[in-house]
Write a protein that binds this ligand. Structure first.
Ligand code: GNR
Ligand code: NI
Length: 189
């Protein structure tokens, strides 16, 4: 297994629409294993192939507390969605940013498993949110797309600044050092 690099917003490759998997072969299973290793290593509860710059319709999830229930979805489709409610979301491709957004509260998903067999799953709670979040990645969509343009711009600037600081060797204080290290944001009047 290989831990892969995760693309970060606003990388334009995150906007790629993934192609369906024609056949679940050993190469696809290798990708699944690499996605799982990358997800667990980053402490994520889900990961879509798009986030590691592989543009195939493959995603993995594990919403269990013990992190011992990996789930694999190949060519996933939401066949039914019910309800609508708020949930706090984060994304490994938008590190350190969390916001509340509205999604279906319950979904029925149809997909192929790692043996290429079709299965259906009725999901609610965090699993339902996560499935929708990951399928969005396969469409080139990010959770920040549901926020206001103003919020998205603030997030983009913050992440670009952090990326630059990392590139410069982090000699200036970073948000990772905590709120006290952060410059107060004063709106221009
Ligand atoms: O690790 C993750 N946590 C999370 C929390 C709330 C809603 C969605 C997610 S998915 C995210 C991992 C990720 O970025 N998957 O694409
Ligand atoms: Ni994500």
């Amino acid at each position: 297994m290989t831990k892969l690099a995760i693309l970060e917003y606003p990388d334009p490759r995150l906007r790629t629409r993934a192609e369906p998997v024609a056949k679940v072969d050993d190469a696809v299973r290798q990708l699944v294993d690499d996605l799982l290793e990358t997800m667990y290593s980053a402490n994520g509860i889900g990961l879509a192939a798009t986030q590691v710059d592989v543009h195939r319709r493959v995603l993995v999830l594990d919403v269990s507390d013990a992190r011992d229930q990996p789930r694999v979805f190949i060519n996933p489709e939401i066949v039914d969605a019910q309800g609508r409610g708020p949930g706090e979301e984060g994304c490994l491709s938008v590190p350190g940013i969390y916001d509340k957004l509205q999604r279906a509260t319950s979904v029925r998903v149809r997909a192929l498993d790692r043996d290429g067999r079709t299965f259906e799953l009725q999901a609610d709670g965090l699993l339902a949110i996560c499935i929708q979040h990951e399928i969005d990645h396969l469409e080139g969509r990010l959770f920040v797309d549901y926020l206001s343009e103003l919020k998205r711009q603030m997030i983009r600037r913050r992440l670009e600044k952090e990326r630059k600081q990392r590139a410069d060797g982090a000699e200036r204080p970073s948000r990772a050092l905590g709120a006290a290290a952060r410059r107060p944001v004063v709106p221009a009047l």
